[in-house]
Ligand binder design. Sequence first.
Ligand SMILES: C[S@@+](CC[C@H](N)C(=O)[O-])C[C@H]1O[C@@H](n2cnc3c(N)ncnc32)[C@H](O)[C@@H]1O
Length: 248
Amino acid sequence: MHMRKKKWARPELAGCPYYAAFPEDKRGQWRKCFPAQPHLHLELGCGKGVGTAACALHNPDTGLVAVDISDDVLGDARRNAELAFGGRPVNNLFLAKLDISYIEHFFGPDDQVERIYLPFSNPWPRRRHAKRRLTHPRQLMQYRTFMAPEGEIYFKTDDLPFFQASLEYFEACGFETVYLTHDLHASGFTPNYVTEHEAHFSALGLPIHFGIFRMLPGTFVPDSMRFGMPDEDEPEEEDSSEAVDGAV
Ligand SMILES: C[S@@+](CC[C@H](N)C(=O)[O-])C[C@H]1O[C@@H](n2cnc3c(N)ncnc32)[C@H](O)[C@@H]1O
């Protein structure tokens, strides 16, 4: 699905005190953005930020950095945060535009991220594109470099094959499963901050697969043959049918 360009998004983000215009400059310094918050969480691929806004509002002791590659959806995320906070200052949220494939350029070991949210990441169903998944070992190994000991990844999706493949990725990269359900909304798990994709898919009657994966200490080397790593292999083909898109 193609999203219409939102002309207002960039100017609004430029004037937003919690938009990180140069996120690479904050590498290793993110905790300084949240002097009043002892915890640091990161949401990858926040989209329009409906869940993001609720999460920030209900967790005032946590600094949340929500990132996406699209200015347009980040513009919506800013508006949704303003709506949720209802005029109160948004002091525990930062929005940033960046490409998560290169997340190590934006987050470093000193950031000690305690939790990463991966809500409804693009499933990239074709086998040759699996390495673009945000749960792929080449991503998980990057996340390990800036997560706190025993840091956790909260991952949810409606896509069962993507979820199942991700269970293998987590195991291979030294993450233990601490919670798993194939029907998040029936599970009673709380708190759950419903995202726009989640609302859409559950309205269609699809169950939501959800897991919490805790980082184990030690050195892990995922099998490069099995997972198609590292990335000095063949150039990736463009496939517009799977374009990154935040539209529901
Ligand atoms: C399917 S949408 C999900 C949006 C939201 N989390 C939700 O649950 O409704 C995936 C989001 O991830 C973003 N995204 C995908 N790949 C990305 C990347 N490499 N870097 C940054 N954002 C990315 C897209 O722009 C899109 O907004």
